[in-house]
Design a protein around this ligand. Structure first.
Ligand SMILES: CC(C)(COP(=O)(O)OP(=O)(O)OC[C@H]1O[C@@H](n2cnc3c(N)ncnc32)[C@H](O)[C@@H]1OP(=O)(O)O)[C@@H](O)C(=O)NCCC(=O)NCCS
Length: 166
């Protein structure tokens, strides 16, 4: 298993991955292909976003890829926190494709993302999840997450917030 950056060679695999999510909201949203006419334009927009423009803070994005070159998960690392990220989003967002869930991949992707955070001197790392996302809370706790106060969003939803010493 390894983390790789999105490039042209992953076009087809990325498209298949997104299809598998069907109507459910793709997480992290930075990998959404909707609205892009070509994969090149998606990659270009991703690079702009990663450099920290407009409402985006600087970031990195990786696929978690297995030995058969299948993308099993995706992760977006935010290098800084703004008000929204401090309350709701945190430093790291991740998702695993539906057919590969409950196999430990989210636990692994967060571990690998924490290693990337270490290289970037991001410490402590904030990771959040929806109150009803039991799987994600387990992933965070297994990676050393210590729970802080939750945040009540305008829409009434509650975000659980965890800090990880890195
Ligand atoms: C949440 C998500 C990332 C979990 O991925 P995963 O690869 O299935 O997680 P893991 O296999 O590493 O599971 C970690 C633990 O959570 C448990 N778990 C995973 N999904 C669960 C679920 N839906 N309900 C209850 N427990 C769950 C696993 O059994 C495991 O527990 P264990 O350590 O006691 O065995 C995945 O379901 C997903 O991509 N969901 C949609 C996007 C999302 O919610 N992302 C997180 C945003 S904060």
């Amino acid at each position: 298993m390894r983390l790789v950056e999105p490039t042209m060679e992953w076009k087809e695999e990325h498209e298949n991955y997104v299809k598998e999510w069907g109507n459910t909201r793709l997480v992290p949203s930075s990998f959404n292909l909707e609205g892009f006419e070509t994969y090149e334009s998606f990659l270009e927009a991703l690079r702009v976003r990663q450099s920290g423009q407009g409402k985006w803070v600087p970031g990195s994005d990786y696929f978690l890829v297995n030995d058969d070159n299948r993308i099993v998960g995706m992760v977006n690392i935010r290098h800084e926190l703004n008000e929204f990220l401090r309350q709701v989003g945190g430093h790291i967002g991740y998702g695993v494709r539906p057919s590969e869930r409950r196999k430990g991949y989210a636990t692994l992707i967060l571990k690998e993302a924490l290693a990337k955070c270490k290289e970037l001197n991001i410490n402590p790392v904030l990771v959040t999840c929806d109150e009803d996302n039991i799987g994600s809370a387990k992933v965070i706790i297994k990676n050393g997450g210590i729970e802080d106060e939750s945040f009540l969003d305008e829409d009434g939803s509650i975000k659980r917030r965890f800090w990880i010493e890195n």
